[in-house]
Ligand binder design. Structure first.
Ligand code: NDP
Ligand code: DGY
Length: 328
Protein backbone atom coordinates (compact mmCIF):
# COMPACT_ATOMS: atom_id res chain seq x y z
CA UNK A 1 0.00 0.00 0.00
CA UNK A 2 0.96 3.61 -0.45
CA UNK A 3 3.00 5.02 2.40
CA UNK A 4 1.70 8.38 3.63
CA UNK A 5 3.22 11.29 1.73
CA UNK A 6 5.16 9.03 -0.58
CA UNK A 7 3.95 8.20 -4.06
CA UNK A 8 4.52 4.74 -5.46
CA UNK A 9 6.80 4.44 -8.43
CA UNK A 10 5.45 3.29 -11.77
CA UNK A 11 7.36 2.63 -14.96
CA UNK A 12 5.45 2.89 -18.25
CA UNK A 13 7.35 1.36 -21.15
CA UNK A 14 5.90 3.45 -24.02
CA UNK A 15 3.73 6.44 -24.83
CA UNK A 16 0.22 5.16 -24.22
CA UNK A 17 -3.17 6.69 -25.15
CA UNK A 18 -3.87 9.89 -23.15
CA UNK A 19 -6.93 8.25 -21.57
CA UNK A 20 -4.51 6.01 -19.68
CA UNK A 21 -1.97 8.67 -18.72
CA UNK A 22 -4.76 10.90 -17.39
CA UNK A 23 -5.91 8.19 -15.00
CA UNK A 24 -2.39 7.47 -13.78
CA UNK A 25 -1.62 11.14 -13.13
CA UNK A 26 -4.98 11.98 -11.54
CA UNK A 27 -4.93 9.24 -8.94
CA UNK A 28 -2.44 10.86 -6.52
CA UNK A 29 -1.24 7.31 -6.01
CA UNK A 30 1.89 7.06 -8.09
CA UNK A 31 4.64 8.98 -9.76
CA UNK A 32 5.05 7.93 -13.35
CA UNK A 33 8.29 7.44 -15.15
CA UNK A 34 7.51 7.16 -18.86
CA UNK A 35 9.60 5.81 -21.74
CA UNK A 36 8.53 8.80 -23.77
CA UNK A 37 8.64 7.32 -27.25
CA UNK A 38 6.46 5.51 -29.78
CA UNK A 39 9.28 3.02 -30.26
CA UNK A 40 10.04 0.14 -27.87
CA UNK A 41 12.21 0.70 -24.84
CA UNK A 42 15.66 -0.87 -25.24
CA UNK A 43 16.29 -3.79 -22.93
CA UNK A 44 18.94 -1.90 -20.92
CA UNK A 45 16.58 1.04 -20.44
CA UNK A 46 13.77 -1.28 -19.39
CA UNK A 47 16.02 -2.91 -16.80
CA UNK A 48 17.04 0.52 -15.54
CA UNK A 49 13.58 2.10 -15.67
CA UNK A 50 11.92 -0.66 -13.70
CA UNK A 51 14.37 -0.47 -10.77
CA UNK A 52 12.51 0.00 -7.51
CA UNK A 53 9.14 0.26 -9.29
CA UNK A 54 5.95 -0.72 -7.49
CA UNK A 55 4.08 -0.98 -10.77
CA UNK A 56 4.97 -1.70 -14.38
CA UNK A 57 2.74 -0.84 -17.33
CA UNK A 58 4.08 -2.76 -20.32
CA UNK A 59 3.28 -3.72 -23.89
CA UNK A 60 3.23 -7.01 -25.77
CA UNK A 61 6.62 -6.15 -27.27
CA UNK A 62 8.30 -6.07 -23.82
CA UNK A 63 9.63 -9.44 -22.66
CA UNK A 64 8.84 -9.58 -18.96
CA UNK A 65 11.02 -12.34 -17.54
CA UNK A 66 13.02 -13.14 -14.41
CA UNK A 67 15.71 -10.62 -15.39
CA UNK A 68 13.18 -7.77 -15.49
CA UNK A 69 11.54 -8.89 -12.25
CA UNK A 70 14.92 -9.11 -10.53
CA UNK A 71 15.86 -5.68 -11.84
CA UNK A 72 12.60 -4.29 -10.45
CA UNK A 73 13.24 -5.79 -7.04
CA UNK A 74 10.90 -6.57 -4.16
CA UNK A 75 8.73 -3.43 -4.46
CA UNK A 76 7.03 -4.67 -7.60
CA UNK A 77 3.43 -5.64 -6.84
CA UNK A 78 1.62 -5.23 -10.14
CA UNK A 79 2.23 -5.58 -13.86
CA UNK A 80 -0.40 -4.23 -16.22
CA UNK A 81 -0.13 -5.07 -19.90
CA UNK A 82 -1.81 -3.03 -22.61
CA UNK A 83 -2.93 -6.20 -24.37
CA UNK A 84 -5.13 -9.23 -23.98
CA UNK A 85 -2.28 -11.53 -25.00
CA UNK A 86 0.08 -12.35 -22.15
CA UNK A 87 2.55 -14.68 -23.85
CA UNK A 88 5.30 -12.05 -23.43
CA UNK A 89 5.26 -12.51 -19.65
CA UNK A 90 6.92 -15.30 -17.65
CA UNK A 91 3.87 -16.07 -15.53
CA UNK A 92 5.62 -18.75 -13.46
CA UNK A 93 8.27 -16.22 -12.33
CA UNK A 94 5.62 -13.56 -11.73
CA UNK A 95 3.55 -15.94 -9.64
CA UNK A 96 6.55 -16.99 -7.57
CA UNK A 97 7.00 -13.37 -6.56
CA UNK A 98 3.31 -12.85 -5.74
CA UNK A 99 2.91 -10.11 -8.35
CA UNK A 100 -0.58 -9.40 -9.71
CA UNK A 101 -1.22 -9.03 -13.44
CA UNK A 102 -3.79 -6.89 -15.26
CA UNK A 103 -4.67 -7.21 -18.97
CA UNK A 104 -7.25 -5.92 -21.46
CA UNK A 105 -9.69 -8.66 -22.56
CA UNK A 106 -13.12 -7.93 -24.14
CA UNK A 107 -12.56 -4.24 -24.90
CA UNK A 108 -10.60 -5.06 -28.07
CA UNK A 109 -12.64 -8.04 -29.20
CA UNK A 110 -14.86 -6.17 -31.70
CA UNK A 111 -12.00 -4.20 -33.25
CA UNK A 112 -9.83 -7.28 -33.65
CA UNK A 113 -12.64 -9.39 -35.09
CA UNK A 114 -13.51 -6.62 -37.53
CA UNK A 115 -9.89 -6.34 -38.70
CA UNK A 116 -9.63 -10.12 -39.06
CA UNK A 117 -12.71 -10.18 -41.27
CA UNK A 118 -11.30 -7.28 -43.31
CA UNK A 119 -8.03 -9.19 -43.72
CA UNK A 120 -9.85 -12.37 -44.72
CA UNK A 121 -11.87 -10.55 -47.38
CA UNK A 122 -8.85 -8.60 -48.63
CA UNK A 123 -6.85 -11.79 -48.96
CA UNK A 124 -9.60 -13.92 -50.48
CA UNK A 125 -10.72 -11.23 -52.96
CA UNK A 126 -7.15 -10.07 -53.66
CA UNK A 127 -7.72 -6.40 -52.79
CA UNK A 128 -4.04 -5.37 -52.38
CA UNK A 129 -3.22 -6.93 -55.78
CA UNK A 130 -6.17 -5.13 -57.38
CA UNK A 131 -5.18 -1.76 -55.90
CA UNK A 132 -1.63 -2.29 -57.13
CA UNK A 133 -2.81 -3.10 -60.67
CA UNK A 134 -4.89 0.09 -60.78
CA UNK A 135 -1.81 2.12 -59.81
CA UNK A 136 0.73 0.40 -62.06
CA UNK A 137 -1.32 0.32 -65.26
CA UNK A 138 -1.92 -3.42 -65.15
CA UNK A 139 -5.67 -2.74 -65.44
CA UNK A 140 -6.16 -2.90 -69.20
CA UNK A 141 -9.82 -3.87 -69.39
CA UNK A 142 -12.57 -5.79 -67.59
CA UNK A 143 -11.35 -9.36 -68.04
CA UNK A 144 -13.41 -12.45 -67.24
CA UNK A 145 -10.46 -14.44 -65.90
CA UNK A 146 -8.58 -11.67 -64.11
CA UNK A 147 -8.09 -11.27 -60.35
CA UNK A 148 -10.62 -13.93 -59.40
CA UNK A 149 -10.61 -14.95 -55.78
CA UNK A 150 -12.74 -16.89 -53.33
CA UNK A 151 -16.09 -15.90 -51.80
CA UNK A 152 -17.67 -16.75 -48.46
CA UNK A 153 -21.08 -17.75 -49.83
CA UNK A 154 -21.79 -21.46 -49.27
CA UNK A 155 -18.31 -21.91 -47.79
CA UNK A 156 -17.02 -23.79 -44.77
CA UNK A 157 -15.09 -21.67 -42.29
CA UNK A 158 -12.78 -23.20 -39.68
CA UNK A 159 -11.85 -21.20 -36.57
CA UNK A 160 -8.90 -22.41 -34.51
CA UNK A 161 -9.55 -21.06 -31.00
CA UNK A 162 -13.22 -20.07 -30.65
CA UNK A 163 -12.59 -17.73 -27.71
CA UNK A 164 -13.76 -14.13 -27.32
CA UNK A 165 -12.23 -12.96 -30.61
CA UNK A 166 -12.78 -16.23 -32.50
CA UNK A 167 -16.48 -16.13 -31.64
CA UNK A 168 -16.75 -12.46 -32.62
CA UNK A 169 -15.15 -13.33 -35.98
CA UNK A 170 -17.58 -16.22 -36.48
CA UNK A 171 -20.57 -13.98 -35.70
CA UNK A 172 -19.43 -11.48 -38.31
CA UNK A 173 -18.73 -14.09 -40.98
CA UNK A 174 -21.99 -16.05 -40.80
CA UNK A 175 -24.13 -13.32 -42.48
CA UNK A 176 -21.90 -13.59 -45.57
CA UNK A 177 -23.68 -16.86 -46.32
CA UNK A 178 -21.26 -19.26 -44.69
CA UNK A 179 -22.64 -22.78 -44.86
CA UNK A 180 -20.73 -24.51 -42.01
CA UNK A 181 -18.71 -23.15 -39.12
CA UNK A 182 -16.16 -25.61 -37.74
CA UNK A 183 -13.94 -24.93 -34.76
CA UNK A 184 -11.18 -26.65 -32.87
CA UNK A 185 -9.56 -26.07 -29.51
CA UNK A 186 -9.18 -27.79 -26.19
CA UNK A 187 -12.87 -27.89 -25.29
CA UNK A 188 -16.26 -27.59 -26.99
CA UNK A 189 -18.12 -24.34 -26.26
CA UNK A 190 -21.84 -24.16 -25.47
CA UNK A 191 -21.95 -20.62 -26.88
CA UNK A 192 -20.88 -21.97 -30.30
CA UNK A 193 -24.53 -22.94 -30.84
CA UNK A 194 -25.23 -19.30 -31.74
CA UNK A 195 -23.25 -19.79 -34.98
CA UNK A 196 -24.11 -23.48 -35.37
CA UNK A 197 -20.45 -24.18 -34.62
CA UNK A 198 -19.31 -27.79 -34.95
CA UNK A 199 -16.47 -28.82 -32.61
CA UNK A 200 -14.22 -31.03 -34.73
CA UNK A 201 -10.72 -32.52 -34.55
CA UNK A 202 -8.10 -30.24 -36.08
CA UNK A 203 -7.52 -32.59 -39.03
CA UNK A 204 -11.21 -32.44 -39.97
CA UNK A 205 -11.16 -28.65 -39.76
CA UNK A 206 -8.09 -28.52 -42.00
CA UNK A 207 -9.39 -30.84 -44.70
CA UNK A 208 -12.95 -29.47 -44.85
CA UNK A 209 -12.52 -25.68 -44.49
CA UNK A 210 -12.40 -23.17 -47.33
CA UNK A 211 -11.23 -20.47 -44.92
CA UNK A 212 -9.13 -21.10 -41.82
CA UNK A 213 -8.87 -18.40 -39.19
CA UNK A 214 -6.39 -18.71 -36.32
CA UNK A 215 -7.54 -16.82 -33.23
CA UNK A 216 -6.14 -18.92 -30.39
CA UNK A 217 -3.76 -17.72 -27.71
CA UNK A 218 -0.06 -18.49 -28.01
CA UNK A 219 0.85 -21.36 -25.69
CA UNK A 220 3.48 -24.11 -25.81
CA UNK A 221 0.81 -26.26 -27.55
CA UNK A 222 -0.07 -23.71 -30.22
CA UNK A 223 3.49 -22.54 -30.92
CA UNK A 224 4.39 -23.76 -34.44
CA UNK A 225 0.97 -25.41 -34.81
CA UNK A 226 0.62 -24.24 -38.41
CA UNK A 227 3.49 -26.12 -40.04
CA UNK A 228 4.16 -28.20 -43.14
CA UNK A 229 1.91 -31.06 -42.01
CA UNK A 230 -0.86 -28.56 -41.16
CA UNK A 231 -0.77 -26.82 -44.56
CA UNK A 232 -0.54 -30.16 -46.39
CA UNK A 233 -3.94 -31.13 -44.98
CA UNK A 234 -5.64 -27.96 -46.25
CA UNK A 235 -7.52 -27.66 -49.55
CA UNK A 236 -5.50 -26.17 -52.41
CA UNK A 237 -8.21 -23.52 -52.74
CA UNK A 238 -8.25 -22.62 -49.04
CA UNK A 239 -7.40 -19.23 -47.55
CA UNK A 240 -5.46 -19.05 -44.28
CA UNK A 241 -5.72 -16.08 -41.88
CA UNK A 242 -3.81 -15.50 -38.65
CA UNK A 243 -4.56 -12.72 -36.20
CA UNK A 244 -3.33 -14.47 -33.04
CA UNK A 245 0.45 -14.47 -32.67
CA UNK A 246 3.16 -14.88 -35.29
CA UNK A 247 4.88 -17.88 -33.74
CA UNK A 248 1.75 -20.02 -34.05
CA UNK A 249 2.87 -20.26 -37.69
CA UNK A 250 6.03 -21.79 -39.08
CA UNK A 251 6.67 -19.08 -41.67
CA UNK A 252 9.12 -21.12 -43.79
CA UNK A 253 6.46 -23.81 -44.14
CA UNK A 254 3.81 -21.20 -44.92
CA UNK A 255 6.04 -19.69 -47.60
CA UNK A 256 6.47 -23.11 -49.24
CA UNK A 257 2.75 -23.83 -49.06
CA UNK A 258 1.91 -20.50 -50.72
CA UNK A 259 4.67 -20.66 -53.31
CA UNK A 260 3.92 -24.24 -54.35
CA UNK A 261 0.15 -23.72 -54.54
CA UNK A 262 -0.47 -26.10 -51.64
CA UNK A 263 -2.88 -23.43 -50.35
CA UNK A 264 -4.44 -20.46 -52.17
CA UNK A 265 -3.55 -17.45 -50.04
CA UNK A 266 -2.69 -16.20 -46.57
CA UNK A 267 -3.49 -13.06 -44.59
CA UNK A 268 -1.35 -12.31 -41.56
CA UNK A 269 -1.83 -9.56 -38.99
CA UNK A 270 0.95 -11.02 -36.87
CA UNK A 271 4.40 -12.28 -37.85
CA UNK A 272 7.75 -13.40 -36.51
CA UNK A 273 9.56 -11.15 -35.98
CA UNK A 274 7.59 -7.92 -35.73
CA UNK A 275 8.28 -5.89 -37.73
CA UNK A 276 8.77 -8.42 -40.53
CA UNK A 277 11.98 -7.45 -42.38
CA UNK A 278 11.12 -5.74 -45.66
CA UNK A 279 13.20 -8.34 -47.55
CA UNK A 280 11.29 -11.28 -46.03
CA UNK A 281 10.36 -13.95 -48.64
CA UNK A 282 6.67 -13.81 -47.62
CA UNK A 283 6.55 -10.22 -48.87
CA UNK A 284 7.53 -11.33 -52.38
CA UNK A 285 4.34 -13.37 -52.74
CA UNK A 286 1.23 -11.86 -54.30
CA UNK A 287 -0.95 -14.37 -52.46
CA UNK A 288 0.23 -13.25 -49.03
CA UNK A 289 -1.22 -10.14 -47.38
CA UNK A 290 0.71 -8.92 -44.35
CA UNK A 291 -0.51 -6.25 -41.94
CA UNK A 292 1.52 -4.65 -39.13
CA UNK A 293 -0.34 -6.10 -36.11
CA UNK A 294 -3.23 -3.63 -36.17
CA UNK A 295 -6.05 -5.86 -34.92
CA UNK A 296 -7.07 -3.59 -32.05
CA UNK A 297 -6.05 -0.33 -33.72
CA UNK A 298 -9.13 1.85 -33.67
CA UNK A 299 -8.95 5.22 -31.93
CA UNK A 300 -11.65 4.34 -29.42
CA UNK A 301 -10.41 0.81 -28.69
CA UNK A 302 -6.87 1.96 -28.00
CA UNK A 303 -8.22 4.71 -25.72
CA UNK A 304 -10.29 2.20 -23.77
CA UNK A 305 -7.34 -0.21 -23.58
CA UNK A 306 -5.19 2.65 -22.24
CA UNK A 307 -7.76 3.53 -19.58
CA UNK A 308 -8.28 -0.10 -18.56
CA UNK A 309 -4.56 -0.77 -18.26
CA UNK A 310 -4.20 2.31 -16.05
CA UNK A 311 -7.16 1.28 -13.86
CA UNK A 312 -5.71 -2.22 -13.52
CA UNK A 313 -2.38 -0.77 -12.48
CA UNK A 314 -3.84 1.58 -9.87
CA UNK A 315 -5.96 -1.19 -8.39
CA UNK A 316 -2.90 -3.41 -8.18
CA UNK A 317 -0.95 -0.67 -6.42
CA UNK A 318 -3.75 -0.04 -3.96
CA UNK A 319 -4.53 -3.69 -3.33
CA UNK A 320 -8.11 -3.42 -4.57
CA UNK A 321 -10.07 -5.40 -7.18
CA UNK A 322 -8.84 -4.86 -10.73
CA UNK A 323 -11.38 -4.37 -13.53
CA UNK A 324 -9.50 -7.09 -15.46
CA UNK A 325 -7.12 -9.22 -13.49
CA UNK A 326 -5.46 -12.24 -15.06
CA UNK A 327 -5.89 -15.37 -12.97
CA UNK A 328 -3.01 -17.79 -13.37
P1 NDP B 1 -9.50 -16.11 -25.39
O1 NDP B 1 -8.77 -16.61 -24.20
O2 NDP B 1 -10.92 -15.72 -25.24
O3 NDP B 1 -9.42 -17.18 -26.56
C1 NDP B 1 -8.28 -17.93 -26.77
C2 NDP B 1 -8.70 -19.21 -27.43
O4 NDP B 1 -7.51 -19.95 -27.70
C3 NDP B 1 -9.58 -20.07 -26.54
O5 NDP B 1 -10.82 -20.24 -27.15
C4 NDP B 1 -8.83 -21.39 -26.47
O6 NDP B 1 -9.71 -22.47 -26.72
C5 NDP B 1 -7.89 -21.30 -27.65
N1 NDP B 1 -6.80 -22.23 -27.47
C6 NDP B 1 -5.96 -22.38 -26.43
N2 NDP B 1 -5.15 -23.42 -26.63
C7 NDP B 1 -5.51 -23.95 -27.82
C8 NDP B 1 -5.06 -25.04 -28.58
N3 NDP B 1 -4.08 -25.82 -28.13
N4 NDP B 1 -5.64 -25.29 -29.78
C9 NDP B 1 -6.63 -24.49 -30.24
N5 NDP B 1 -7.12 -23.45 -29.54
C10 NDP B 1 -6.56 -23.19 -28.36
O7 NDP B 1 -8.63 -14.90 -25.95
P2 NDP B 1 -9.06 -13.76 -26.97
O8 NDP B 1 -10.01 -14.32 -27.96
O9 NDP B 1 -9.43 -12.55 -26.25
O10 NDP B 1 -7.64 -13.48 -27.68
C11 NDP B 1 -7.00 -14.50 -28.39
C12 NDP B 1 -5.63 -14.08 -28.84
O11 NDP B 1 -5.72 -13.15 -29.91
C13 NDP B 1 -4.78 -13.36 -27.81
O12 NDP B 1 -4.16 -14.27 -26.94
C14 NDP B 1 -3.79 -12.62 -28.66
O13 NDP B 1 -2.66 -13.44 -28.88
C15 NDP B 1 -4.51 -12.42 -29.99
N6 NDP B 1 -4.85 -11.02 -30.24
C16 NDP B 1 -4.36 -10.43 -31.37
C17 NDP B 1 -4.70 -9.15 -31.68
C18 NDP B 1 -4.17 -8.49 -32.90
O14 NDP B 1 -3.99 -7.29 -32.89
N7 NDP B 1 -3.93 -9.24 -33.97
C19 NDP B 1 -5.58 -8.34 -30.82
C20 NDP B 1 -6.04 -9.06 -29.65
C21 NDP B 1 -5.68 -10.36 -29.40
P3 NDP B 1 -9.99 -23.51 -25.55
O15 NDP B 1 -10.70 -22.74 -24.50
O16 NDP B 1 -10.79 -24.57 -26.18
O17 NDP B 1 -8.66 -23.98 -25.13
C1 DGY C 1 -3.30 -8.00 -27.82
O1 DGY C 1 -3.98 -7.24 -27.11
O2 DGY C 1 -2.86 -9.08 -27.42
C2 DGY C 1 -3.04 -7.58 -29.23
O3 DGY C 1 -2.12 -8.34 -29.89
C3 DGY C 1 -2.86 -6.12 -29.43
O4 DGY C 1 -4.03 -5.46 -29.08
Amino acid sequence: MQTVGKLMKVFVTRRIPPEGMKILSAGGVCEVSLWDSDEPVQRADLLKGVQGAHGLLCLLSDRIDAEVLDAAGPNLKVISTLSVGFDHMALDEIKKRGIRVGYTPDVLTDATAELTVALLLSTARRLPEGVEEVKNGGWSSWKPLWLCGYGLSHSTVGVIGLGRIGMAIARRLMPFGVNRLLYSGRTAKAYAAEVNGEFVPLDTLLSESDFIVVSCSLTPETQGLCDKAFFSKMKKTAVFVNSSRGTVVNQEDLYEALKSGQIAAAGLDVTTPEPLPTNHPLLTLKNCVVLPHIGSATHSTRGIMGALSAQNLLAGLQGTAMPSELTF
